[in-house]
Design a protein around this ligand. Sequence first.
Ligand code: ZN
Length: 202
Amino acid sequence: MVRTVEVPEYEEHGEVILDPEKTALVVIDMQNDFVKKGGTLVGPDTEATVPVMQGLLEEARSSGMRVVFSQDTHVAGDPEWEIWPAHCEEGSWGWEIVPELAPRKSETVIRKVRYDAFYGTHLDHFLRLWNVETLVLCGTVANVCVHYTAASAALRWYEVVIPRDAVSALSEFDLEASLRQTHFLFAGRITTAGGIRPEPRL
Ligand code: ZN
């Protein structure tokens, strides 16, 4: 049965002004298995978001924002592979972050075992040490790992900002449902990568 539903209106901010000292850019799961031809779980639009994220990284690095990467990490027999095809096996090509978005030595890479980058990781610990209050989330999959990380961040009262052109999903429905929930349920702000404006330092 096919049902058609309308996406309720949700606000998209033309610009979001951010204090770089209190903001972290979090790049979720931009790994070969999700992005590159030959990967096991490639989204149709994911590779097209890479240049958008390169722009966000450049802006975050030049403004002095913290940059964090999450890296989905599984071992053989992981129960998540009963839901999804096998993906991101630790040490494999598919597990590696795509070279265009390679983390710098000074940047934090969080290996995560489930959708939520907070679950079972040190992410919250580092964000609090750095006095981060706002997370700009980008990457994939929008309604899975980006969404559950946004949810987990919002439950901890971090402000969530999602540039919609820097996330991707397996279908348009999944993307819209996730962004609408982020706005409606987490009071997150939806914008575009071009709308992210780090406040100039005085
Ligand atoms: Zn996974």
